[in-house]
Design a binder for this molecule. Structure first.
Ligand code: FES
Ligand code: FES
Length: 229
């Protein structure tokens, strides 16, 4: 043994496996290994997936049921211009469509059908509402439309007469909504001067731009207006 052999002899002995060392346990293939991480992930996924699946299934059933119910007719009771009216309507029917298509009260106009023009304005319980944005089934108070404004003998409401006297319309499409809104504007006490009238009538658009005449008509009518509801 030379000097190098004497230096490495002890090292060789140390790294050689001995006959009595315990054998390492055989590992399963990587594809079959169940690590703590994999176990927790799969257990968690199962725990999350089950309620999520149940919720999704319930949602589908609910949506399907809603679609079935959507077209179903429901009884609707309205009091329009002092008359009780019984209707059977799709629950999604707007008050405007109920008036125009089911009660043949076509005075209220459909301008935009989006709550932007005021052509569909009617009074519900004396308060002006956009009937295109109001569900008929939700209406509980009496409804007043342009058809109910004149007296039974044909005498026009002062606001109707004032619109004629002041030439407050051209094509007339916005006029029923303008008149209903003007009546409410006066009843609300929001017609004290022209500036206030313009402000509180600003939800009613007139493509013919008859605004100065509309304001003049409201000023003229407000002093001799009866109250309606
Ligand atoms: S039709 Fe209702 S606001 Fe235009
Ligand atoms: S009179 Fe024509 S839109 Fe008003």
């Amino acid at each position: 043994m030379d000097s190098n052999d004497s230096l490495t002899a002890g090292l060789d002995t140390a790294v050689q496996p001995t006959a009595t060392a315990p054998a390492a346990p055989a590992l399963p293939p990587a594809s079959q290994a169940v690590s703590r991480r994999n176990f927790l992930l799969s257990a968690g996924a199962a725990g999350v997936a089950a309620p999520a699946f149940a919720a999704a299934a319930a949602s589908v059933v609910s949506a399907t049921q809603s679609r079935r119910n959507a077209g179903a007719a429901v009884p609707v009771s309205l009091n329009v211009n002092g008359q009780a009216r019984q209707l059977s309507l799709d629950a999604r029917t707007t008050l405007l469509d109920a008036l125009r298509d089911h009660l043949q009260l076509t005075g209220s106009k459909k301008g935009c059908d989006h709550g932007q023009c005021g052509a569909c304005t009617v009074l519900v319980g004396g308060v002006r509402v956009l009937s295109c944005l109001t569900l008929a089934v939700a209406v509980r108070e009496p409804v007043a439309t342009i058809e109910g404004l004149a007296r039974a003998d044909g005498t026009l409401h002062p606001m109707q007469q004032a619109f004629i006297d002041h030439d407050a319309f051209q094509c007339g499409y916005c006029t029923p909504g303008q008149i209903m809104s003007a009546v409410a504007c006066v009843q609300e006490g929001k017609a004290t001067d022209e500036r206030q009238i313009r402000e509180y009538m600003s939800g009613n658009l007139c493509r013919c731009a008859a605004y100065p005449h509309i304001v003049a008509a409201i000023v003229a009518a407000k002093s001799n207006m009866p109250s309606i509801s």
